[in-house]
Design a protein around this ligand. Structure first.
Ligand code: GTP
Length: 391
């Protein structure tokens, strides 16, 4: 199926190029890029999700020591980087070991990782316990899937933990460990495949249950919204909370963004949101140009527990304005996310409102974790986009 489609595109491409219809040619390239990346994502999703699995032992003399890994040709620098970072959480928390799974970013590897810590009795060690970890690396771009379904993966990690605890001497019994890691990988892929099938069979999400949009024919407006902000502020989580779609996304590898869609009714009119999410940091200006191109609105998100991320909001604002040279105002909104973390909060509402006022933008506070205000910010931005469109 993919081959026939591909050949069809190539023929069409050659024809358009011969006819020298430049704009049509550009439109074609754009659509083909989106279509093929979507197809590719759909076909390869399940088996491509796991980039690596590394089992690390925390050796008193050697420090973090990767003992076993998948795939077997994983470079040493990669293994060491993952093992060292996986142990940092223990040193930061006075050696206290998290009981449940945690997700940690590995920006230098453009990855994120699920870490399961294991503690087992070992009289030869100081304190009588040996500590180890299993780190499952996945692409930053797939983080929606792992955030959403983390709790579904927990039993598989608990099961392997029990098996590993039973192994007498891990270094002497690497084959048993290797089988366990293979089983874990297969089990997680099975779980994810089941979830993917289930999610794809659900035709629409439930963010606005009172206003469902079943029929795509009634869509009157289509808006591209770019979601901007420093790493870790909650861009991906906000999109996930709104769309509830972890698998149904398009990934444009060439510029490192993922795109989600959602239809809603605003004042009885269908609105189709196309949400663009930056993968990682999108550091290069050249790349950000593509990201902003054609944007009809933008969310500028910061983290209420991290003042640096608010300080950078005007930079994001200027960056967008520079690229999206519109002759009318681009609807934008400043969002202070993680408002559920009341004890860790370090920014007063007034501080954020002052910055929003200086930029003449509205300010909202949200929690992608609890869902507070998430549907509200999307409703408000849609209304602004419609007003802008109607002039
Ligand atoms: P990058 O992909 O690195 O740019 O990060 P991002 O801005 O997309 O942030 P992401 O959604 O990956 O969230 C970063 C971390 O913050 C994750 O551990 C989330 O679970 C957590 N997080 C996101 N939103 C909230 C929130 O509203 N409340 C709390 N408590 N945690 C949140």
């Amino acid at each position: 199926m993919l081959n026939t489609t591909f050949i069809f595109f190539i023929c069409l491409f050659k024809l358009i190029k011969c006819l020298n219809y430049y704009n049509l040619y550009k439109l074609f390239i754009y659509s083909a890029n989106i279509y093929l990346s979507y197809k590719f994502t759909e076909l390869t999703m399940a088996k491509e999700l796991i980039k690596a699995i590394i089992f690390t032992e925390f050796d008193e003399k050697l420090g973090p020591n990767p003992i076993l890994w998948y795939p077997s040709d994983l470079p040493e620098s990669f293994r060491m980087a993952v093992s060292i970072k996986s142990i940092t959480i223990l040193s930061a928390d006075q050696g206290l070991m998290p009981k449940s799974l945690i997700i940690m970013p590995f920006p230098s590897l453009t990855s994120k990782g699920i870490i399961k810590y294991i503690e087992k009795e070992d009289k030869s060690r100081r304190g009588g316990v040996a500590q180890s970890s299993i780190t499952l690396l996945f692409s930053e771009i797939d983080d929606l899937i792992f955030y959403k379904y983390l709790s579904f993966l927990e039993p598989a990690f608990n099961k392997i933990t029990q098996e590993i605890i039973k192994i007498e001497d891990i270094k002497e019994n690497k084959e048993i460990l290797s089988n366990q890691i293979d089983n874990l990988r297969a089990e997680i892929l099975n779980i994810l495949e089941d979830l993917r099938i289930k999610e794809q069979s659900v035709l629409k999400s439930e963010a606005f249950p009172e206003e469902p949009v079943e029929d795509k024919g009634i869509i009157k407006y289509k808006f591209k919204i770019v979601v901007c902000g420093d790493p870790g502020v909650g861009k991906t989580s906000t999109i996930l909370r709104f769309t509830d779609n972890a698998f149904r996304r398009t990934y444009i590898a060439t510029i490192g963004v993922s795109i989600s869609e959602k239809n809603v009714l605003i004042n009885k009119e269908g609105v189709n949101f196309i949400l663009w999410d930056i993968a990682g940091q999108l550091k290069f200006e050249m790349m950000r140009k593509h990201y902003y191109k054609g944007a009809e609105a933008a969310f500028l998100i910061f983290d209420l527990t991290n003042p640096e991320t608010l300080k950078n909001i005007p930079k994001w604002y200027k960056d967008i304005i520079k690229e999206v040279k519109l002759n009318h105002n681009l609807p934008m909104m400043i969002i202070g996310n993680k408002c559920d973390l009341t004890k860790k909060r370090m920014i007063k509402r007034k501080e954020a409102e002052d910055i929003a006022k200086k930029l003449s933008l509205d300010y909202y506070e949200t929690s992608a974790l609890t869902g507070e205000n998430i549907s509200e910010v999307f409703k408000q931005i849609a209304k602004k986009c419609i007003e802008t469109e109607l002039g």
